[in-house]
Ligand binder design. Structure first.
Ligand code: KIV
Length: 244
């Protein structure tokens, strides 16, 4: 699984064989220039998710439900998730958290909306978690994450993202669950892996320690734009020389 935010990149990632595309609320930091994911609205997510759906044919497209579009009441969550399915055309939604979102997960699944869970580092709770440091290092926090994973599965989640937790905890959760785990900074023993596409593609330098840059598109783009600028400058000085 990789994140995607627009039709062009989504189509390329699908062509490369990526099975699942997540329209993450990381669109805020990866694309829109915000410091956190908190400012993203449902309209923004619908806009980007619809583009990803238009750019793909067979990938499973999942959209994040943004901050405060599912935490207030389960009914609001159904209406908001419904927009991501009806207006954008995604097949499933992702919500962050464990025990605090079980009612929401149950309600969404009840009305036929597949839900992916998300445990460990919860970017929408950055203010409560005091940043993005690894979670589940001490025994009591590890136990909370483990029981949350079981509870999310029991509530009907079809898969769970495990973000930035110790490898042994991710392995323990993965072997206890029947639904797949998708890890990000959670070691190699999860059933699948996800990364943020702008990290993988090297569109910027600020990548988390667990991410891997598979290309340096920032350099490719700067070099291409520089070559264009040089061409334009050479053409206009040649035409100036002709008219002098
Ligand atoms: O928004 C996002 O990109 C995510 C991934 C980190 C899993 O939730």
């Amino acid at each position: 699984m990789l994140t995607a935010y627009d039709a062009t990149i989504a189509g390329l990632l699908e062509r490369a064989g990526v099975d699942v595309l997540l329209v993450g609320d990381s669109v805020a930091t990866a694309v829109l220039g915000y410091d956190t994911t908190l400012p993203v609205t449902l309209d923004v997510m619908v806009h980007h998710a619809a583009a990803v759906v238009r750019g793909t044919e067979k990938a499973l497209v999942i959209a994040d439900m943004p901050f405060l579009t599912y935490q207030v009441t389960p009914s609001e969550a159904v209406r908001n998730a419904g927009r991501l399915l009806k207006d954008a055309g995604v097949a499933a939604v992702k919500v962050e958290g464990g025990r605090s979102v079980l009612d929401v997960v149950r309600r969404l699944v009840d009305v036929g909306i597949p839900v992916m869970g998300h445990l460990g580092v919860l970017p929408q709770s950055v203010n409560q978690q005091s940043g993005y440091r690894q979670r589940g290092r001490d025994a009591s926090e590890a136990e909370l994450i483990f029981t949350d994973a079981i509870a999310l599965q029991d509530a009907g989640a079809f898969a769970i993202v495990l973000e930035a937790i110790p490898t042994d905890l991710a392995a323990k959760i993965t072997s206890a669950l029947e639904v797949p785990t998708i890890g990000i900074g959670a070691g190699p023993d999860c059933d699948g892996q996800v990364l943020v596409s702008s990290d993988v593609l090297g569109l910027h330098d600020k990548i988390p320690p667990f991410a891997k840059k598979y290309a340096n598109l920032a350099e490719v783009i700067v070099n291409a734009a520089r070559a264009f600028v040089a061409d334009v400058q050479a053409t206009s000085s040649a035409s100036r020389a002709r008219t002098d």
